[in-house]
Design a protein around this ligand. Structure first.
Ligand code: ADP
Length: 399
C-alpha cells in the first residue's frame, strides 16, 4: 500500500511517498519558497538527491509539480496515480471537534475550514494542500492526521486555563497541545524498548526541534503537554519565548505602547534562543558562539533552555507519580548530546542517571542511561511521516 504524505506549510510543502508493506520511502522531497523568487523542488530517491528551479505561485502549482515528478517516466517512482492508495495530510489543529484522524469528505472539508481561526499560521495552508490534492487527483482518498489528536485525552485540570471559564465555553480557549504525532510515535517506540505494554507505562517525551514541546504520556495517552492553546508557551524555543510572566504583556501595552502585532512578533519571532543570545535561533549556532567564542548571552540562552526543560521533566514526574522512560527526539533532542547532558545533570534524585559516554551519540536510537538508572533515558529519532502513513492506512481500511 502506497501512501503519499503531505505537509503543506506557508511557503513550503514536504512530501513523501511510502510503501507501507515494507515501510520503505520511495521518494521524499520539498517544494520551497512558494510564491517567492527562486522556488525550488528538491527530492531524494535511494539517497540520491536532485532538484530543479521552477516558478511556483501557490500550493496547487507546487503539488502539481510533485505529482508530475512522481509519475515522470525518467525521474518518477510510480507509473500512474492508481498506485497511490491514499494521501495523508499533516494537519496542525483539530480543535475539540477532531480527536482522531479523519477521512476528508466534502462535509469534513467544510468543518476543517471552521478551524482556521485556531491556528491561522498553519491550518489555512494545510487546508489548501488538501483542496489542491482533491482537485488534482480526485479519485484518491485524503486523510487528515492532526498534531493535536494525541493530546485529546488530557484531563480537564490539564487543559482548562485558570481564566474565566466562559473563555473556554464560548471561545474554545484551552490547552490543545501540538507535535502529537511525534510524541505518539516516540512514546510507543519507547514502550517497545522498555518491553512494557504502552498502556501500562509512564513516559516523558521531549520533542526538541525548532519548536519544542514535552509531554507526559501515561498509559498510552498524553496527560499533559507544554504547548497549549498556541505554540508559543512552555519551554523556550528557537524564536518563541515559552512561558513567562504574562503581566509583562499588559505592562508593555499600557506603559510602553506596544501593539498586539508587536507583542506577537516579539514572542513568536524574536524570543527564545534568538532573543536571549542575540546570535541565532539555531541551537548549533548558539552552541558555537557559547563554547568556541565564549559569548555569555549565548551560554545564558542555552542555560535557560536546559533549566526550563529540567523543570518540566520534574513537574511531569510529579504529575504521573513516577517515570519509566525519558525520551529525547527531533533536531536538538536526537543530535545535541550536550543538551541532553545538561538537562539530565543532577537528576539522580528523580531516578534519572545518564551515562555520559553512551550519551555521546547523534541521531541514533539508543538507551543512554546507566545500567542501574531507575528511569531509562532514550534517544529515538522521530518519524512523523511513518505515523501519518499508518494512521492514514487505518482510516482507509475502516472506512
Ligand atoms: P523542525 O522543528 O524545523 O523540524 P528540527 O527537528 O530539524 O526542526 O530541529 C532543528 C534544531 O535542531 C536546530 O536548532 C538545530 O540547531 C538543532 N540541531 C540539529 N543538529 C544538531 C546538533 N548536532 N547539535 C545540536 N543541535 C542540533
Amino acid at each position: 500500500m502506497n501512501i503519499l504524505i503531505i505537509n503543506a506549510g506557508s511557503s513550503s510543502i514536504k512530501f513523501q511517498l511510502m510503501n507501507l508493506e515494507n515501510e520503505e520511502t520511495k521518494i521524499k522531497g520539498l517544494v520551497e519558497r512558494i510564491n517567492l523568487d527562486d522556488s525550488e523542488l528538491s527530492w531524494k530517491i535511494d539517497g540520491n538527491k536532485n532538484k530543479k528551479n521552477i516558478d511556483i505561485n501557490n500550493h496547487k502549482e507546487g503539488l502539481k509539480e510533485v505529482l508530475d515528478l512522481l509519475i515522470d517516466p525518467e525521474e518518477g517512482v510510480i507509473e500512474n496515480f492508481k498506485e497511490i492508495d491514499a494521501v495523508g495530510h499533516r494537519y496542525v489543529h483539530g480543535g475539540e471537534k477532531f480527536k482522531t484522524s479523519i477521512l476528508i469528505t466534502d462535509n469534513i472539508l467544510k468543518e476543517l475550514k471552521d478551524l482556521n481561526h485556531l491556528a491561522p499560521l498553519h491550518n489555512p495552508n494545510n487546508l489548501s494542500g488538501v483542496k489542491a490534492i482533491k482537485e488534482l487527483i480526485p479519485e484518491v482518498p485524503n486523510v487528515a492526521v492532526f498534531d493535536t489528536s494525541f493530546h485529546s485525552q488530557l484531563p480537564e485540570k490539564a487543559y482548562i486555563y485558570p481564566l474565566p471559564y466562559k473563555l473556554y465555553e464560548e471561545k474554545g480557549i484551552r490547552r490543545y497541545g501540538f507535535h502529537g504525532t511525534s510524541h505518539h510515535y516516540v512514546a510507543a517506540e519507547a514502550a517497545k524498548m522498555l518491553n512494557k505494554p504502552f498502556k501500562d507505562s509512564k513516559i516523558i517525551t521531549c520533542h526538541m526541534g525548532n519548536g519544542i514541546s514535552f509531554s507526559a504520556v501515561e498509559n498510552g495517552h498524553s496527560v499533559d503537554t507544554s504547548l497549549g492553546f498556541s505554540t508559543v508557551c512552555g519551554i523556550p524555543m528557537g524564536t518563541r519565548s515559552g512561558d513567562f510572566d504574562v503581566g509583562i504583556i499588559t505592562h508593555l501595552i499600557r506603559e510602553e505602547g506596544y501593539t498586539a502585532d508587536e507583542i506577537h512578533e516579539m514572542i513568536y519571532k524574536k524570543s527564545g534562543l534568538k532573543g536571549v543570545s542575540g546570535v541565532s535561533n539555531d541551537a548549533r549556532d548558539v552552541e558555537v558562539a557559547a563554547w568556541e567564542k565564549g559569548n555569555h548571552r549565548a551560554q545564558l540562552a542555552l542555560d535557560i533552555l536546559h533549566y526550563k526543560a529540567k523543570k518540566y521533566i520534574g513537574s511531569y514526574i510529579a504529575a504521573m507519580n513516577g517515570l519509566d522512560a525519558l525520551v529525547f527526539t527531533a533536531g536538538i533532542g536526537e543530535n545535541g548530546w550536550e543538551s541532553r547532558d545538561a538537562i539530565c545533570k543532577d537528576m539522580e534524585f528523580l531516578g534519572i542517571d545518564l551515562d555520559i559516554e553512551k550519551n555521546k551519540i547523534r541521531g541514533k536510537k539508543a538507551v543512554v542511561s546507566k545500567e542501574n538508572s531507575k528511569v531509562k533515558i532514550m534517544v529515538i529519532p522521530t518519524n512523523e511521516e511513518l505515523m501519518i502513513a499508518k494512521e492514514t492506512k487505518n482510516i482507509i481500511k475502516n472506512s
